[in-house]
Design a protein around this ligand. Structure first.
Ligand SMILES: [Zn+2]
Ligand SMILES: [Zn+2]
Length: 303
């Protein structure tokens, strides 16, 4: 940390988290509240590996289940049945509970050790944990680059996972739900979690290795957005206000739900361009386009 904290002489109980917060606030009026909370956390923990590890794991659980909860309520209470893509396949509470147990087990056994290794790896590649945080503009352009990098990795590795032997050995578990729901986003084999997780964690790490410019806070914002993207893509709902109506290259549930229903095509995570360019799109328009193309080739051959 670049903030120096001398907690032993503070009158405001420096052994507590809020004692550190008060002290840092007293000496660093230029920092905003989030930056003070962040600096106090590292000062109080006195162990950066533990501080990043606990914060990363807690954030992941909070965001994963916090974002899944509205979708569970929507499924259970039937608020938006009109917008459900596969309207006859609404997941039961039992199905959702079984999925939650599997995902929790995977988080505590497979993901926890990997999240714990994150800080030493981040330090090795030079990620910063100091305050102040980077500017909003820096975070925005870096996160946009991570979205593009992750989507590219996801497209090719996910497409490879649909190759027969890999599908049977690894990816079949994720396809247990032919009509997905939010929480099913991380319902997958531990090997798949590692392969596809590499796109999410490896993209920023690669970026930092190349440029030497990345803050752990930017990484957190990116992971939160990526979790929202993955959970919403599995939600099973397509709304008139879904993002792809405004950003036509955004994938969303409209794109990924069909992948679960049909098992072929639509391999990307966030964007539609790889499926479009490599002709693996699965949508009524793409099927029509392919049919017309075949018909015109057939007509030319017949001439
Ligand atoms: Zn798949
Ligand atoms: Zn999926």
């Amino acid at each position: 940390m670049t903030i120096s904290v001398n907690s032993s002489f503070s009158s405001a109980s420096p052994e507590t988290y809020w004692g550190h917060f008060e002290e840092i606030s007293g000496y660093n009026s230029q920092l905003n509240v989030a930056e003070r909370l962040w600096a106090a956390w590292y000062a109080w923990m006195r162990n950066d590996v533990l501080a990043t590890g606990i914060m990363s794991f807690a954030m992941h659980e909070l965001v994963y289940f916090g974002r899944s909860l509205p979708w569970i309520l929507i499924d259970t209470l039937g608020f938006f049945n009109n917008y459900k893509i596969q309207s006859s396949k609404i997941p039961s509470l039992k199905e959702q509970w079984d999925c939650a147990k599997f995902v929790l087990l995977s988080h505590f056994t497979v993901e926890l050790p990997q999240i714990w290794l994150f800080h030493p790896m981040a330090q090795f590649f030079g990620l910063s944990t100091s305050v102040p945080f980077p500017s909003v503009w820096t975070m925005v352009y870096q996160i946009a680059i991570f979205f593009v990098m992750e989507d590219t990795w996801h497209y090719f590795s996910h497409r490879a996972l649909h190759w027969g032997p890999l599908y049977k050995a690894i990816h079949k578990i994720h396809h247990q739900y032919s009509a997905p729901f939010g929480m099913a986003a991380e319902y997958a084999s531990p090997i798949e979690v590692m392969i596809l997780g590499f796109g999410t964690v490896g993209s920023p790490i690669l970026w930092c290795a190349a440029t030497g410019d990345l803050h752990v806070f930017t990484m957190y914002v990116w992971i939160v957005l990526r979790l929202f993207q993955a959970i919403d893509a599995h939600s099973g709902y397509e709304f008139p206000w879904s993002l792809h109506h405004f950003l036509p290259f955004w994938a969303g549930a409209d794109h990924h739900d069909l992948h679960h229903e049909k098992f072929v095509g639509n391999y990307s995570s966030s964007f539609r361009w790889w499926d479009y360019l490599l002709d693996t799109e699965y949508s009524p328009e793409a099927i029509k386009r392919r049919r017309e193309c075949k018909a015109s080739i057939g007509a030319k051959k017949a001439q």
